[in-house]
Each structure stands twice: as C-alpha cells, then as structure tokens.
Design a protein around this ligand. Structure first.
Ligand code: GRF
Length: 198
C-alpha cells in the first residue's frame, strides 16, 4: 500500500503502528508527500518508511505530476492507495487508472460537510452529531462511494478542540477497519454503493 499525506500524519502513523503490530496485514511500500514541510515526513522517518516528496510546483502540469506519482507507485508494486490528510485533488486520469483502489478518510458524515473545514463547520452549525467517513475516491471531491461511517456526538458545552480530538480518535479506529475490508477483498462497488461481502 502507499499512503499519501500532506500534513501532520497522525493517521499515517496509526496505520504504520498497526502494520508493525500485525493488526493490519499489508506492507507500506511508499509514503507520498506533496509538501516538504509536512510533519508527516518526520513521523514516516521514525517508522523507517520509504518516502518521496513530490511537489506540484515542480511540474509543468497536473497530468505530469500524476504521471510521475503513478510511475513511483508502479516501481514499488503498490496495489492500493490510502489518502491520509492528502490535500491535493488527484486528476481524473489518475483516479481512473486506480479505480476503487484509492481510499480516503474524511472527518464528517459525508455527504454533509465535504472540504477542508468539515469539523469546524459541523460544530458551528450546531449539529447534534458529526462523524467520520471512509470512502473510495472518485473524480469528485469527497464524493466517492462510502465504505464505512461512524457518528461522533457533539455534546452540550463541547469545545471545537474537544470535538476534534474525539473525531480523530474515531478516525484511528475506523480507517483500519476499512483497510482490513479492502485488503481482504471484501469491498464491492455497485451502483447502489459499496457492498461488504463475506
Ligand atoms: C484527518 O482529519 C482526515 O480525516 C482529513 O485530514 C486529517 C489528517 O490528519 N482528511 P493527519 O494528517 O492524519 O493527522
């Protein structure tokens, strides 16, 4: 598997720990990071993960950027991609060539609150709950077929920071669950959505 990151990398670290402990039965063949300053790189180094930094600014267009990433993934014989706080939209050709092999984690109950400020928006809208979604990536933004979702209640008197911490704690449980289903070949994408087969 490859993990794509741009930021702090706590989900990446959680996955790496679970691979290390044997809870997740896969190899992290490559970490792809589009931001040299990302703290995720420091974490990846601590786990001895192979990383590449590939910044969009270094390429003349998005297609070229995506093509070079695919080349690196093929070199490492990657079978699937886990987006974990990757802040860039992958191009349609890239998404098509990895159809239903790219998973993403999003901190809301999609289709509610797509985009980068999902937790804050749910909090400010005074929702009773928000949550976490794991989905396959399609050509849209946070729109692909949903694999798993889990609610996180917003308590009376909650602060944004406390809510964020609970959402992240839920992420660290839910993403590995979805990854296990993916690795076991139990996820089938149908017209109506993702079916979990036994
Ligand atoms: C997570 O909240 C994830 O749901 C969203 O970006 C955040 C990444 O955090 N896509 P981290 O880099 O894993 O700490």
């Amino acid at each position: 598997m490859a993990i794509f990151v741009s930021g702090t990398g706590t989900n990446m670290e959680n996955i790496a720990r679970r691979v290390q402990s044997g809870d997740l039965d896969c190899e992290i063949a490559l970490v792809v990071c589009d931001n040299r300053a990302a703290y995720a790189l420091e974490r990846a180094r601590r786990f001895g993960l192979k990383c590449i930094v590939i910044e969009r600014e270094d390429f003349k267009n998005k297609a070229e950027f995506d093509r070079v990433i695919t080349e690196k993934l093929r070199e490492q014989r990657v079978d699937g991609i886990l987006l974990a706080g990757f802040m860039r939209i992958l191009g349609p050709d890239f998404v098509r060539s990895w159809r239903w092999k790219i998973l993403n984690i999003h901190p809301s109950l999609l289709p509610k609150y797509p985009g980068v400020h999902a937790i804050r928006e749910a909090f400010e809208a005074k929702e009773k709950d928000t949550g976490v979604t794991i989905h396959f990536v399609d050509e849209g933004v946070d729109t692909g077929p949903i694999i798993l979702q889990r609610k996180v209640p917003i308590e009376h008197g909650d602060t944004l920071e406390a809510l964020e911490a609970r959402v992240h704690a839920t992420e660290y449980e839910l993403y590995p669950e979805a990854i296990k289903l993916f690795l076991a070949g139990k996820l089938v994408v149908e017209k109506e959505g993702v079916k979990i087969v036994q």
